[in-house]
Design a protein around this ligand. Structure first.
Ligand code: SAH
Length: 233
């Protein structure tokens, strides 16, 4: 069975979107992973097909109803489905490459995309939704966040990315940001490629890349650098 993502959204037409392109798209076509987007509105209970209502206690905007969302979750991922049930949410645990690796190694994911002011707290609790954030900013809906999460997972699924090594050498894999990359032309607007990179001395290239990765991480992400130093102590 291939890695399977089910998305619950009010805008299923947003999928696969960019996930249908390039290597992720080819992997999808080749059955290396599977994707289905389901319209939450199809589980509405009244003839107006309402999925949201005004917030209890007052305030701006609308809140997605617990009952409608619970029906959708129960239909798509009934009890016994082994996949984690995620809710994209700015209040969630920040997504990391480590979490992505764990998700990619599992059977797949069920992802709920919020809209409006978010979802009724009771369905988060009743269906044990794990809230995941893609960063400290607010999007207008969970769809783009879900795509970011899926894209990060899918590229780690065996057979999706051409070169298996590119997954092990890149940013975060060693706790560091990636070193600078270069390609042809040899000279670009008067700028050359650092000599060591084209020296042909693999040990020197590796040492330079490590030093650059450390320098960049220290400058840009002191939080990651501190964890890296502590881990190597
Ligand atoms: N009122 C909410 C924000 C709702 S934004 C609050 O202040 O916390 C609407 C929806 O967009 C959310 O339900 C969520 O699904 C999605 N979303 C917004 N920002 C996000 C982020 N940083 N990470 C993941 N999902 C996000």
């Amino acid at each position: 069975m291939s890695w399977r993502a089910d998305i619950l959204t009010l805008f299923p037409e947003a999928f696969p979107g960019p996930l249908g392109l390039s290597l992720a798209g080819r992997g999808l076509n080749d059955g290396k992973w599977a994707l289905a987007a389901t319209d939450i509105r199809g589980f509405a209970l009244d003839r107006h097909r309402s999925v949201d209502d005004t917030p209890a206690g007052g305030g701006a905007g609308m809140v997605m109803r617990a009952d409608v969302l619970a029906r959708a979750i129960d239909a798509i991922a009934p009890e016994g489905d082994p996949r984690p049930r995620l809710l994209m949410s700015p209040r969630g645990v920040p997504l990391t490459q480590q979490a992505v690796r764990a998700l990619a190694a599992g059977p797949g994911v069920v992802v709920v995309c919020g809209r409006f002011e978010g979802v009724d707290q009771r369905v988060i609790e009743a269906r044990a939704l794990q809230e995941v954030s893609i960063g400290d900013y607010v999007l207008s809906g969970g769809e783009i966040a879900a795509m970011a999460l899926l894209d990060a997972c899918v590229r780690l699924i065996p057979g999706v990315m051409g070169n298996a090594e590119s997954g092990t050498e890149e940013s975060f894999s060693s706790g560091l940001l990636e070193y600078p990359q270069y390609t042809r032309p040899q000279l670009f607007e008067g700028r050359g490629i650092p000599e060591v990179v084209t020296s042909g001395d693999h040990a020197k290239v590796a040492a330079w890349r490590k030093a650059e990765a450390e320098r960049l991480t220290k400058a840009r992400r002191p939080d990651l650098f501190a964890a890296y130093v502590a881990g190597n102590a």
